[in-house]
Design a protein around this ligand. Structure first.
Ligand code: GTP
Length: 751
């Protein structure tokens, strides 16, 4: 019986401290630049996010974390009877709707016991609570971009849901290691083993429980820590006290032994130390387990799974211990920047979170606070001091730091200085979301963030009928805060059109317009944000010539356009490339050519939709000493693009959504019928107890009115969520209809 032996033989309390263990690790990597003070500080620092599918309990969990760490004195529930709302849902709208709209940052200190030595240790944790709604996906993107680790929250009943898959993708994109927390263990039907299986299969992430539950559903009382072999219970007001017992209750002993064996087996697959010991039937100690879980988690080869019930205040503290034990320090998380003074391909530079290194900080979020513009920054290396200077990397502008604060949702704490690996907010500096700040000496810049395309648009105007300064001020503000929110004026109807990630996204901005800027608005019917693109290459050789008495216009551009795939990291799919060496197009006219190209992309000639996925290569051209101008080159490029576009097999693209529907199993037939009617492609179906779940890809255009259709088809018992998947070509007959309608509209306009 190897399992029994393993458990009995574990040497639980080796005296090697955590700190020693990890300083050795730093020593091998970055010791030359990290001072002892840096190492000691970073070792106790965690920057984490809490992300999950909608309604999994992220905010409820964060509220407990804040309470147990002493950041707040009382717990208020999301949609609680006391009407206060959770600390992290600080916007009125969030509290009213019971959903998180903006990510909120906070920090806390957690005192934990070293799992190996048992010594007391204090950690500083920056936490970002992110929204679950796909409409606010950019908030998740930017949070993950600046975090070193994350807690992936899952519901014990629903398991891996569609948005869990999105969050998983985002975590992979930014190389964010995660620990998993199966919440809602108090719910009837809670089944952590099934959820772990889903993490392995659906997220393709090796996973194993590091705890087993003591009691189930209503009787859920605590957990067994499989690493330290302790039973852990909560007691006292709101579960504030932790009671640890060496004796594992007999009812769960066998289960705990089996799961511990499973944990070791899973770790043996991803960690050499454990696999060697496992193969040799050797002793596996707590120290070895802690080390292996930490290494495998940071290498993103494994996720340890914790269990609990946030709402019932059970087993949240052990999760916090897990954050400290298994998630990376800022120096474990390798971060790189681009050195723009070097040729492309050689620009990547590893950043070192040393206080004395040159400053590199990223503005990842802007917010209009009570006291003016607030810019959230992650400092990667170097420090920022109150009253000191920082430099905007793109513009080279020097900016004074008037006030430096640490955020605690909508409250703040003034600080004098902030070091590397930390998150802070600065008042009164001008920049956009995603900008880098430096010490003015280096040419370092962080790479840009992935920004998805908008999927939905609607017209908006003030109720009063006239566009007040506040109307444009609000739109500009929102645009700057949120890169997925776009605004343009339709040249034909002269209407202001806003585009975003979903109806809720745009609805929230219309509501904020009224509440924050005093401009009640009326909005038009939501329209799908169609796009156009090309499927093949085409050449151009175009001369723009105009002779009207006075100075003429002359410009000639030669080159081609071709499809440009989307950069998976930045989302960029429009590229301008200049190959002109001869001076046939003087260099001062090149920016005008690029401008003309970008202008031509605003409206495709197929159906008047924005064009994406195109590279324009300028190969040659001609100019005239007197008649050439920026205007002439811009117009020549627009003409050239339109000429080539016709021959490049243009198509209209529409947003395709991944839709997840859950309803009682008796409505299965109705739901499948409804999705087929909407020409959806069914990806997956699952029947679990009495519940049926279907995942399908459906065009957004076919999803309008689905809420009421689903309500009708399931007697109000069905629920659905959807998220943007990709843009795909519309069916040929739809393309023809749209192109004909656009041509007709243009013809009548030109008459
Ligand atoms: N039964 C049970 N319900 C819970 C638990 N945790 C949270 N809830 C409930 O689940 C609902 C959603 O909780 P939130 O904390 O708002 O979830 P969220 O993930 O932050 O939601 P969004 O930010 O809107 O995605 C609320 O009604 C909570 O009371 C839990 O452990 N058990």
């Amino acid at each position: 019986m190897r399992i029994g032996l393993v458990i009995r033989n574990v040497a639980w309390c080796r005296q090697t401290t955590h700190l020693n263990h990890f300083s050795q690790r730093y020593a091998s990597t970055t010791a030359t630049q990290l001072s002892d003070a840096d190492q000691a500080r970073l070792f106790r620092q965690r920057n984490i996010g809490v992300s999950a599918h909608i309604d999994s309990g992220k905010t409820t969990l964060t509220e407990r974390i804040l309470f147990y760490t002493g950041r707040i004195n009382a717990i208020h529930e999301v949609r609680g009877k006391d009407n206060v709302g959770a600390k992290m849902d600080s916007m009125d709208l969030e509290r009213e709707k019971g959903i998180t709209i903006q990510s909120a940052a906070t920090f806390c200190d957690w005192n934990t016991k070293n799992p190996i030595s048992g010594e007391k240790e204090s950690y500083s944790i920056n936490i970002i609570d992110t929204p679950g709604h796909v409409d606010f996906t950019i908030e998740v993107e930017r949070a993950l971009r600046v975090l070193d680790g994350a807690i992936l929250v899952l519901c014990a009943v629903s398991g891996v849901q569609s948005q869990t898959i999105t969050v998983d993708r985002q975590m992979r994109r930014y190389n964010v290691p995660r620990i998993s927390f199966i919440n809602k263990m108090d719910r009837p039907g809670a089944n952590p083993a099934r959820v772990i299986q889903q993490i392995r299969q659906k997220l393709r992430m090796p996973a194993a429980a590091v705890q087993v539950p003591i009691g189930a559903e209503d009787e859920f009382k605590g957990v067994v820590d499989l690493v330290r072999w302790k039973a852990i219970y909560n007691s006292g007001h709101k579960g504030v006290e932790i009671v640890e017992e060496d004796e594992i209750p007999a009812t769960v002993l066998q289960e705990a032994q089996d799961r511990r064996a499973e944990l070791i087996e899973q770790l043996a697959e991803v960690d050499e130390t454990i696999s060697d010991a496992f193969l040799e039937d050797g002793e596996i100690t707590t120290e070895m387990l802690v080390g292996a879980i930490r290494r495998a988690t940071i290498a993103r080869k494994f996720t340890p799974v914790f269990l609990g019930s946030a709402v019932k205040n059970t087993a949240v503290q052990p999760l916090l211990d897990g954050v400290c034990s298994y998630l990376p320090t800022p120096s474990d998380a390798a971060t790189s920047a681009l050195d723009l003074s070097k040729p492309s391909g050689e620009q990547a530079v590893d950043l070192v979170p040393a206080a004395e290194a040159p400053l590199v900080a990223l503005a990842f979020k802007l917010e209009e606070g009570r006291y003016g513009q607030l810019t959230y920054m992650r400092v990667y290396q170097g420090s920022i001091k109150k009253g000191g200077w920082i430099w905007h990397a793109k513009t080279g502008k020097r900016v004074k730091v008037p006030r430096l604060v640490r955020m605690h949702s909508d409250d703040m704490e003034d600080i004098e200085t902030i070091g590397p690996g930390e998150i802070c907010a600065i008042f009164g500096i001008e920049c956009a979301s995603g900008d880098t700040f430096t010490d003015g000496q280096s040419s370092l810049s962080m790479s840009s963030m992935f920004v998805p395309d908008p999927v939905i648009s609607l017209s908006i105007k003030p109720e009063s009928g006239t566009e007040t300064p506040n109307f444009s001020k609000a739109l500009n503000r929102f645009k700057k805060e949120d890169p997925t929110f776009r605004v343009h004026v339709d040249p034909e109807s002269q209407e202001t059109i806003i585009s975003g990630m979903g109806e809720l996204h745009l609805e929230i901005y219309a509501e904020r317009m009224k509440r924050e800027y005093g401009v009640p608005c009326v909005t038009g019917k939501p329209q799908v944000a169609f796009r156009e693109t090309i499927q093949g290459p085409a050449k151009f050789n175009y001369t723009h010539k105009k002779q009207t008495g006075g100075a003429g216009q002359f410009a000639r551009v030669i080159g081609g356009i071709e499809p440009e795939p989307r950069d998976p990291e930045t989302g960029k799919d429009v590229v301008f490339e200049n190959l002109v060496m001869s001076g046939n197009v003087p260099s001062n006219y090149i920016p005008a050519v690029e401008k003309g190209f970008l202008e031509a992309l605003e409206k495709g000639s197929l159906a008047g939709c924005p064009v994406s996925g195109v590279r324009l290569v300028l190969e040659d051209g001609a100019f005239h000493a007197v008649d050439s101008s920026e205007l002439a080159f811009r117009l020549a490029t627009i003409g050239a693009f339109r000429e080539a576009y016709k021959n490049a097999s243009p198509v209209i693209l529409e947003p395709i959504m991944t839709v997840e529907i859950t309803a009682p199993v008796e409505f299965q037939g109705n739901i499948i019928g409804g999705i087929n009617q909407r020409r959806g492609t069914i990806i997956d179906t699952e029947v679990r107890d009495d519940e049926f779940t279907l995942i399908a890809d459906v065009s957004l255009n076919d999803m309008f009115g689905y809420s009421s259709a689903l309500r009708g088809a399931t007697q109000g018992k069905g629920e659905f969520s959807m998220e943007y998947k990709e843009h795909q070509p519309v069916l040929p007959h739809v393309q023809k209809e749209m192109a004909d309608a656009y041509r007709k509209k243009m013809d009548s306009k030109n008459k």
